[in-house]
Design a binder for this molecule. Structure first.
Ligand code: CA
Ligand code: CA
Ligand code: CA
Ligand code: CA
Length: 294
């Protein structure tokens, strides 16, 4: 007689799979107000402008547990939601939002590591959010969510409080610069992109926003303060220094000591402090703020 092997079952994932370059967490409600945690949610976004991605087979492996079913397709720029309690979520936010499912476990109110792996076990996303110093206070039980605004998701400066109370699940949260970067329509000498990046207004002259200010603390440490438009997730703002006004390099020897957030304006003042006191007779250095599009 003929012997047949057992049927092998294989699952084939088609199309573009989720990977670090095309998937991120855009919003996190880890500590909804009140004692109940049943209004937690995580919003994911497809960062690709052109490709639909397949999340099937990928899974949250740390923090919370959730495995994406095969054929979880996310169109370019689209968002999806995972929630702690589908029923509670629908009664607060309504039906019709792109909820893919309910996860096991809860998002730690004190912050924790979140990891998403693909079907082969490769890391798609690995970051740790926090509720501590420099992190958005409104999202820590104050009725706001954590909104992602930057690529380094372990960094407090890459997150802000949501503009809306209870966040905006399924909706876009950040702004994008539109216009001519080098324009200066209000004639205040500050280019439009820099005004946008620092929370200035390109429709009215305002010189204070765009330039970092420098002061010296009572114990002789230089402090640098810069303004940031926290809604701008499309801009890198970097401080650079030079001795000769010709070759600029990233500022070094400073540590960020505070992020003073103003959620009503969507802005923050970020303060850096020199790690060592100013020395007598040091050569003159110059500082500039550089805004570039990601
Ligand atoms: Ca929680
Ligand atoms: Ca959102
Ligand atoms: Ca201007
Ligand atoms: Ca202006």
């Amino acid at each position: 007689g003929t012997e047949w092997s057992a049927i092998n079952q294989a699952t084939f994932l088609a199309g573009n799979l989720a990977e670090p370059s095309n998937l991120t967490v855009s919003e996190l409600m880890y500590n909804p107000p009140g004692p109940s945690e049943n209004l937690e949610f995580i919003e994911l976004v497809n960062l690709s402008g052109t490709e639909t991605i397949e999340l099937g087979g990928s899974a949250f492996s740390t923090g919370i547990q959730f495995s994406f079913p095969i054929n979880t397709l996310l169109p370019p720029g689209a968002r999806l939601l995972l929630v702690s309690d589908e029923e509670a979520f629908a009664s607060r936010y309504g039906e019709g939002l792109p909820v893919v499912g309910q996860y096991d476990g809860l998002l730690d109110n004190g912050g924790e590591q979140i990891v998403i792996l693909d079907a082969a076990g490769n890391v798609i996303l690995d970051f740790t959010y926090d509720d501590g110093r420099q992190w958005p206070a409104g999202a820590d039980g104050g009725g706001r969510s954590l909104v992602n605004r930057g690529p380094d998701m372990n960094d407090a400066l890459s997150w802000r409080d949501s503009d809306l109370l209870m966040g905006s699940p399924g909706e876009r949260d950040n702004s994008e610069f539109s216009g001519i970067p080098s324009a200066d329509d209000d004639g205040d000498g500050i280019q439009a992109l820099l005004e946008y990046a620092t929370g200035g207004n390109e429709l009215s002259p305002d010189s204070i926003w765009a330039s970092p200010s420098i002061s010296q603390s009572s114990d002789g440490h230089l402090e640098i303060l810069m303004n940031v438009n926290m809604r701008a997730s499309d801009i890198d703002l970097t401080l650079e220094k030079t001795l000769d006004l010709q070759s600029w390099e990233p500022l070094s020897g400073f540590k960020r000591i505070a992020i003073e957030r103003d959620p009503s304006q969507g802005s923050a003042r970020v303060i850096y402090r020199a790690t060592s006191p100013t020395t007598q007779g040091a050569s003159t250095q110059f500082l500039r703020l550089r805004a570039s599009r990601r």
